[in-house]
Design a protein around this ligand. Structure first.
Ligand code: GMT
Length: 398
């Protein structure tokens, strides 16, 4: 198949997942075309059958807000037309699925077509998509996709609840890991020993947006550090980083908290971690938590959104109510002090991640979805909406 993938190229789970999917599809013989405004952060410079098409928004003095969605639609239209793509796979509903709908409308005017698959990742449904400014276009764009997937049961149910849905179909296809890459025995931990000084390594990776509650990460760590000599390695960057730095200073642990910034290759870092923290307000899946588990790192975090579908409480980690940093820290201290229990949980985490979220099985689910969508479309000469029933108006939210 020839597949176009549009995602946010910036540091974050949806871009990471979309890129890993594209790479895996190309390895299985498909032709993959990334269409976005910058090279996705996890995309290496060259891979066979993988192409990158940059969207140029240009500059025009009249535009205080350059219309990226239109420039994206134009690029999608060109790439589908010039490379005869079968499928446009949009990751994160807005504006990607909206632009795909425009590109498809242009193609149909010319007598050709493309199938649109949209994967919902999280805040496109739970936060941004429910804002008044975006609610109706999010709903429209989901409805106009030929197939829609969500990365967790939680996110599928939240889509039905928030956008109203009678008889519509959102398929759950979970995020995945490459078991070979996230194997702690394969890596050398790149952090110099004079940083850790024999201390336990607690880790967090995110884009430091408010939803991640990174101050709770520091609060939890500070409590752990009182009982167990440890360091906190913070990977990523974003608007709440300064708050996290301030929290570390206020709690007197700044010398043990290391902010490394945005790092693409996280497997070697996870391979040296003893504990991973994810304290988000809401987390539709928690790809970084899955990458930690696959690396044999138990996860402690918030019982929020789809995270309980990834972390098995008491088996591969521990989950507590959002904001309960005391309970999270207690669980962390107990685990870090008990080597035997830690090893059992580390083994269980690595095994469970491989059993339920392995790349091969999950990429095959996407391939099957593309094939179903193309087959359904080929027996139908009608509109996109003939393929799958659409979300219809019922409950509202905002
Ligand atoms: O939805 C977002 O906030 C963006 C996205 C990202 O790019 O970071 O994160 C979401 O998608 C990831 C990949 O599917 C999930 O693992 C994250 O849980 C999810 N983030 C939230 O729900 C906050």
């Amino acid at each position: 198949m020839k597949i176009g993938i549009t995602c946010y190229p910036t540091y974050g789970g949806s871009g990471a997942l979309a890129t890993e999917l594209g790479i895996a599809l190309a390895a299985r013989g498909h032709e993959v075309h990334f269409i976005t405004y910058a090279q996705p952060f996890r995309l290496p410079s060259f891979l066979p059958r993988v192409y990158f098409h940059e969207v140029d928004v240009g500059r025009y003095p009249l535009f205080e807000y350059p219309p990226y969605d239109l420039a994206l639609a134009v690029r999608m239209h060109e790439v589908v037309r010039d490379h005869q793509l079968d499928v446009l796979h949009c990751h994160y509903a807005i504006p990607h699925a909206t632009s795909a709908w425009i590109a498809r409308s242009m193609l149909r005017e010319e007598g050709s077509d493309v199938k649109v698959v949209t994967t919902l990742h999280g805040t496109d449904i739970t936060i941004v998509g429910q804002e008044r400014s975006f609610y109706s276009i999010t709903k429209f764009s989901i409805e106009k996709s030929h197939a829609v997937t969500a990365v967790s049961d939680f996110l599928r149910d939240e889509t039905y609840r928030a956008f109203g849905c009678v008889g519509c179909q959102v398929d759950v296809i979970h995020n995945f890991i490459d078991p070979h890459l996230y194997d702690r025995s394969r890596h050398v931990f790149p952090i110099p020993v004079d940083v850790t000084k024999g201390r336990k390594v607690v880790m967090h990776i995110s884009n430091f947006r408010p939803v991640k509650r990174v101050r709770d990460i520091v609060k939890t760590f500070a409590r752990i550090n009182r009982e167990v000599p440890s360091v906190l390695i913070m990977i990523g960057d974003g608007p709440e980083r300064v708050e996290a730095e301030a929290e570390a200073r206020e709690l007197g642990v700044a010398e043990h908290v290391h902010f490394l910034g945005k790092i693409d290759a996280i497997a070697p870092l996870l391979a040296g971690a003893d504990l991973f923290l994810l304290t988000s307000d809401s987390e539709s899946f928690g790809l970084s938590a899955l990458e930690a588990l696959a690396s044999g790192v138990p996860v402690i975090g918030a019982h929020a959104g789809g995270l309980p579908e990834v972390v098995v409480h008491g088996v591969t980690g521990y989950l507590y109510p959002v904001g309960d940093v005391e309970a999270m820290a207690r669980a962390g201290v107990g685990l870090l002090r008990d080597g035997k229990r830690w090893q059992a949980m580390s083994n269980a985490a690595a095994a469970d991640a491989r059993t339920r979220f392995s790349e091969d099985a999950i990429v095959a689910q996407y391939e099957a979805l593309y094939e179903r969508t193309l087959a359904a479309a080929s027996v139908s000469s009608g509109t996109a909406m003939d393929v799958l029933p659409s979300i219809s108006p019922s409950s509202s939210t905002t």
